[in-house]
Design a protein around this ligand. Sequence first.
Ligand code: GDP
Length: 442
Amino acid sequence: MTDTIFALATAAGRAAVAVVRVSGPRSGETLEQLAAPLPDPRRAALRRLKSAAGEVLDEALVLWLPGPKSFTGEDSAELHLHGGRAGVEAVTAALSHMGLRLAEPGEFSRRAFQNGKLDLTQAEAIADLVDAETDAQRRQALGQLEGGLSARYEAWRRRLIGALARLEAAVDFPDEDLPEHLQLEAGGRIGDLASDLEAALEDEGRGERVREGFRIALIGAPNAGKSSLLNRLAGREAAIVTATPGTTRDVIEVPAVIDGFKVLFADMAGLRQSSDPIEAEGVRRAHAWAEGADLRLWLVDQSGSEGPSSEAMALARPGDILLLNKADRPPGADATIRMEGLERLPLSAATGAGMDALWAALSARVARLTGGDFPAVTRLRHRRHLQEAAAALRRGQGALARAPELAAEDLRHAALSLGRIAGRIDPEQVLDEVFFSFCIGK
Ligand code: GDP
């Protein structure tokens, strides 16, 4: 027998309205006790909520949502209270008193998943939708909720099962004429599917970038003007600007939005050898951040003579941008010649000249995140399972001629990995991990 749970579904704190959700087998009787008479299903009704002792707790809009046509699939209710703290506390205390339990984080979504209302990617999409801060995040989460991701995985799984069926038929009838033809056909199907999965994995992390933010590192020698640029990008004094080299030690991350996409700019210690242990640690962190970033902006003081060290330059990747800073000053000995192949933009972080061109270049980089199919991966969890599936398919393809039984085993393994993405066969502890990152009331 499942518990009946409740939680505040809206944000905690003072507000015009606060919504308390109730779900589980005792929802109907609870609502009847609290707000008799029970309203018609799915019809809002105004009721005075009363405690067991008969005290009026609030006047509220209540909804009776009998299962299975509810979010969780169970009998549920919603109480739209006045949003003051005391009122919410009085009502939740009354619910506890009636023997209901406060929901765990993500428990409503988990019940919806367990009752087949959502698959795991859709449950994750709800969490993403609640967390969405930018338009791109919202659109991606909504696409996922509407099955954008599930549909792709289901199509792949079907193709996989088709190949597996042919292969198993070939294994089961080794003496017939049929097998070779079937085996060949299965081989072709496995190869095609593996290629499709691999192509989906090579997406430059589009889906994850939209969710988590596009990471842009500001790098260069001390005093190149990184902090000045960060402040311009942030539109505020996020980092300390001084003429003393080596001021920035921690990585300073500043979130921003470009064309509806979340980006994260990071100013960091100038890359140089340092005997100061604090600065040296700062340089180590800067290296790590820059290496994991999606884009690096290389700042060079074009009026000086010192470009980035060759060690730092080893971090440069195609698509990075070289910013020739301090363009308001006459050029010095050109130390930047060594950075071939990167787009170059003149800039003055001090005057702001060149910022429009920089924003345009950033816009173009970010625009690559859109377009094409719905991404197959929006979280590391999806990526891991998809990689497993692709690898198992390649193993199966390799084993096909020698040992079709082993190939069939590999295909079953691949099907399992694909199925995990939608949460078909996951053990409880995996589900615990997924749902625990949700907030209470979701
Ligand atoms: P960081 O060490 O790379 O973060 O560099 P800062 O942003 O702290 O700048 C170092 C020094 O260069 C400061 O005195 C800034 O005022 C100066 N500076 C930064 N950008 C420019 C620029 O575009 N033109 C000029 N003339 N000075 C700049």
